[in-house]
Write a protein that binds this ligand. Structure first.
Ligand SMILES: [Zn+2]
Length: 387
């Protein structure tokens, strides 16, 4: 991650980042909250700001709790959490792609649970805060009044987060659940994604209508602050939903394609192989079109690839004494198991986004592979033809 992030802490090996936009959202929220207490009850500015800060902290903890719920359920299903990031409008939990070898089948089948965990966490927090509010009861002192107000705000915030995120349209969690459920009921991944994306677009229109039309009918003109919110939320939803469409269309285009022509055999050369030995082997294979990598056959995650420029800088006279590891760079390898999958291309499409080399085991320490670049080009050309 080369981007500069203002605040990152690592919790149980997961980097948790609070982005600048979160802090801006926090200040705006505090700004909305603090005058109420100052004006209504004559509490000092410092006191009112402290109450507002407490509410903002609860808001941040609520979205953090939402993301942690995604992460915990994901981990329970065997997925690897890459990061948690808090943004202005909530958060993102990044997982290693399901296409990678670290994701077992239960992780693929349980993706809807991972998505549902976030809104469910907020619903639980909302209930807990509501109960705290009930326990405080009718406040009789200023302290109790403040506690009751904080609890009510926290319940309201979490309820809003739960309901908003549960809306069944992409990019929201509810949309992810919808996509997974369509797939589990036998729908193709492309159909599921298209459903989620169009549901997301429909949701954005519904948000606009629900937030603007009632005021329009009652007062003859829209409520200005609410309209700004409605337009902002609708735009973000529309944008997020639309981002899923090109991928879904590509997925639909490649779904029935057979990628097997792209496989090549992989030859794994030990790192201690000399450069001149490699040149001799390469000449033998000149017509066979093998993929040559450097490393141990047992561990594809640590394979290297030859760096042609570094290779060229070594004079021919020195190549007998120079090992391949000296002119190689790390290679990102995705190990897949496509045999038996109904549509291997759908699986490969996801994997191809992140790997330079995709390999499948074809026996003890023996692999076939395809270049991620070749695969991406092949998929793009077929997707373009289908349009
Ligand atoms: Zn979520």
């Amino acid at each position: 991650m080369s981007q500069r992030q203002p605040l990152t802490v690592t919790v149980r090996q997961i980097p948790v980042t609070i982005t600048a936009s979160t802090l801006i959202a926090a200040v705006v929220l505090a700004w909305l909250f603090w005058p109420t207490w100052h004006q209504l009850l004559g509490i000092s500015v410092a006191g009112a700001v402290a109450i507002a800060a407490a509410k903002v902290l609860i808001y941040l903890l609520s979205i953090l709790g939402h993301e942690v719920a995604h992460a915990v359920v994901g981990r329970m299903l065997g997925r690897t959490v890459s990061y948690i990031r808090l943004t202005a409008l909530g958060g993102v939990t990044g997982f290693e792609r399901v296409g990678s070898k670290t994701a077992p089948a239960k992780a693929r089948n349980g993706q809807w649970l991972v998505a549902a965990a976030g809104p469910l966490a907020n619903a639980t927090f909302a209930l807990a805060w509501w109960i705290i509010g009930q326990v405080i009861g009718t406040p009789e002192s200023v302290a109790a009044l403040i506690a009751s107000d904080v609890a009510r705000t926290a319940a309201w915030l979490n309820g809003a987060l739960a309901i908003f995120n549960a809306i069944p349209g992409l990019p929201l969690d509810g949309g992810q659940v919808l996509v997974q459920l369509v797939q589990r009921r036998g729908g193709r991944p492309s159909t599921a994604l298209l459903t989620g994306a169009w549901a997301g677009r429909a949701t954005s229109v519904i948000v606009l209508v629900v937030l603007i039309v009632p005021a329009l009918l009652a007062d003859g003109r829209p409520h200005s602050l609410r309209s700004v919110w409605a337009i902002l939320i609708a735009m973000i939803l529309w944008q997020g939903a639309s981002e899923a469409l090109p991928y879904a269309r590509t997925l639909r285009a490649v779904t029935d394609l057979d990628p097997s022509a792209l496989w090549k055999s992989v030859e794994v050369l030990p790192p201690a192989t000399s450069m001149s030995e490699f040149e001799r082997i390469a000449q033998q294979h000149a017509t066979a079109e093998k993929l040559m990598v450097v490393g141990e056959p047992t561990d594809p995650s640590r394979w290297l690839r030859l760096e042609p420029q570094a290779f060229q800088t070594v004079p021919v006279s020195a190549r007998g004494a120079t090992q391949l590891s000296a002119v190689s760079v790390p290679l990102s390898v995705a190990v897949v198991q496509l045999t038996g999958l109904p549509s291997p291309c759908e699986h490969l499409l996801e994997t191809s986004q992140c790997a330079e080399l995709i390999v499948e085991s074809v026996g003890a320490d023996s692999y076939r592979g395809m270049s991620g670049h070749d695969l991406r080009q092949w998929i793009q050309s077929h997707a373009a033809q289908a349009r």
